[in-house]
Design a protein around this ligand. Structure first.
Ligand code: 13P
Ligand code: SF4
Length: 354
C-alpha cells in the first residue's frame, strides 16, 4: 500500500535535519514504507558489519528487530546510540532461549561429562545474554550466510556443537554442509528435564540442537513445495535455511535474504521462482524483477509476514526520527557492559571467520 504522503515528508525532513548524525539500517523484511528511508539494507550479517562501519554517526536507527539492535549496540562505539523505533519489535525465535534455560542446559552437559567437548554456536537471532554465554564458553555467533563456516570453525575447536536457538538452521547446515546424518543430531527441549535426552544420546550426538524455530518460516511445508511445482512447471524453489529440513531438502536453492536477492539478480530473464521467506521481501522482489521478465511468487498460499518486523512502520519511524531531530533520545537499546564484553567476543569470532 502506498505510504501516507504527509508522513513521508515528515520522515524526509527529520532525516535531512539530522544529516550525518543519523544512520538508518533496514533489514530486508521491513515494510516498503520504512525501507525507502534506509541508508543501507541487508541481511543480519551485512547489517552487523554496516553498523560497525559508521563510527561518525551519533544515532543508529535500526529498522529490524530487537536482537539486531542489541548486536549493533555491541559492535558500535560507546558514544553511539542505537534506536529501535518500536520496542515491541522482538523475535519469537530469539525468545525461545533464555539465559536461565541455557545455563541449565550447560549444567546438563556438564553432568553428562561432555561440556568440555562442546562448542556453542549461536544464531544471530538470540538475545545479548545468549551471545555472552556463547563468548564465555569459547563459541561463536553465526548468521544464515556464514553458518557453514561457523560450524567448520567450531568443529576445529571441539568435538560437539550446541547450536541455538534455531534447530532448523542448525540441522540444515549440519546435514547439507557438514555431511552429517539426521541421527548425528539430537534435539534439546528446554522444557523437559535433561532436555528430554538420555546421557547416552548426549554422548553419541555430534550436534545438539536447541528446540527453537521461526514461526514465519515454519509455515512452509513439503506440500507448499509440491503444490508450486505442480502449479508452475519449471519453477525454481529458493528458500531460507530457517525452513524445516524437509522443505530445504525439497528445494532447489537455499540461502540468506541477501543470497536470495543476489540469486534473483543473476537469474536469466524468463525464469520462474518460488521463494520461501518473509512476504514483504518476496513482494518487493516480485515487483522489482517483473520488468526483467522474471516471475517471482511466494512459496505458500497463505500470507506470511513477520509480525514483529512489521511493528516498525512509518509512524514509528517518523516519531523516532523527529524525536532525535529535537534532541530527544528515545527507545535506546543498550546492552550492559559485562554482557557486552562477552557477547562482543562471540560476535568478533564470527566477523573473523575465514
Ligand atoms: P537473514 O537476513 O540473515 O537471512 O535472516 C533472516 C531473519 O530471520 C532475520 O530475522
Ligand atoms: Fe524472528 Fe522469524 Fe521474524 Fe526473523 S522472521 S525476526 S527469525 S520471527
Amino acid at each position: 500500500s502506498p505510504s501516507d504522503p504527509d508522513l513521508v515528508e515528515r520522515a524526509r525532513a527529520a532525516k535531512e535535519k539530522l544529516g550525518d548524525k543519523v544512520f538508518v539500517l533496514g533489514h530486508h523484511y521491513q515494510r516498503d514504507e520504512v525501507i525507502q528511508f534506509a541508508d543501507v539494507t541487508g541481511d543480519s550479517f551485512k547489517l552487523a558489519k554496516d553498523a560497525a562501519a559508521k563510527p561518525e554517526a551519533e544515532y543508529i536507527v535500526f529498522c529490524g528487530v530487537h536482537f539486531m539492535a542489541e548486536s549493533a549496540d555491541i559492535l558500535t562505539t560507546d558514544d553511539q546510540k542505537v534506536v529501535l523505533p518500536d520496542l515491541a519489535a522482538g523475535c519469537s525465535m530469539a525468545d525461545m532461549a533464555t539465559a536461565e534455560q541455557v545455563a541449565e542446559c550447560w549444567d546438563v552437559l556438564t553432568e553428562a561429562g561432555i561440556a568440555e567437548q562442546v562448542v556453542p554456536v549461536s544464531y544471530m537471532n538470540s538475545s545479548a545474554d545468549i551471545k555472552a554465554f556463547t563468548g564465555k564458553h569459547g563459541g561463536t555467533i553465526c548468521t544464515s550466510s556464514n553458518a557453514k563456516r561457523a560450524l567448520e570453525w567450531a568443529y576445529e575447536q571441539g568435538e560437539k556443537v550446541l547450536f541455538l536457538p534455531d534447530q532448523h538452521l542448525g540441522r540444515n547446515t549440519a546435514v547439507r554442509d557438514m555431511g552429517f546424518s539426521l541421527d548425528d543430531c539430537v534435539l534439546y527441549n528446554p522444557h523437559k528435564p535433561n532436555g528430554g535426552l538420555t546421557v547416552e544420546q548426549l554422548r553419541d550426538a555430534k550436534m545438539i540442537l536447541w528446540r527453537g524455530h521461526c514461526s514465519v518460516h515454519g509455515r512452509f511445508s513439503l506440500e507448499s513445495v509440491e503444490d508450486v511445482r505442480a502449479r508452475i512447471p519449471g519453477v525454481n524453489v529458493l528458500v531460507h535455511p530457517e525452513c524445516k529440513h524437509e522443505v530445504v531438502a525439497a528445494a532447489d536453492y537455499v540461502g540468506s535474504t541477501e543470497h536470495i536477492i543476489q540469486t534473483l539478480q543473476a537469474a536469466p530473464a524468463g525464469s520462474k521462482w518460488a521463494i520461501g521467506t518473509e512476504l514483504n521481501l518476496v513482494r518487493r522482489l516480485a515487483n522489482r524483477f517483473a520488468a526483467d521478465d522474471k516471475e517471482i511468487v511466494f512459496l505458500d498460499k497463505t500470507v506470511c509476514f513477520c509480525s514483529t518486523m512489521n511493528r516498525i512502520d512509518l509512524p514509528h519511524l517518523v516519531w523516532a526520527l523527529e524525536s532525535l531531530a529535537e534532541g530527544k533520545l528515545v527507545n535506546q537499546i543498550e546492552v550492559d557492559r559485562e554482557t557486552e564484553q562477552f557477547a562482543k567476543l562471540a560476535l568478533e569470532r564470527m566477523l573473523a571467520l575465514p
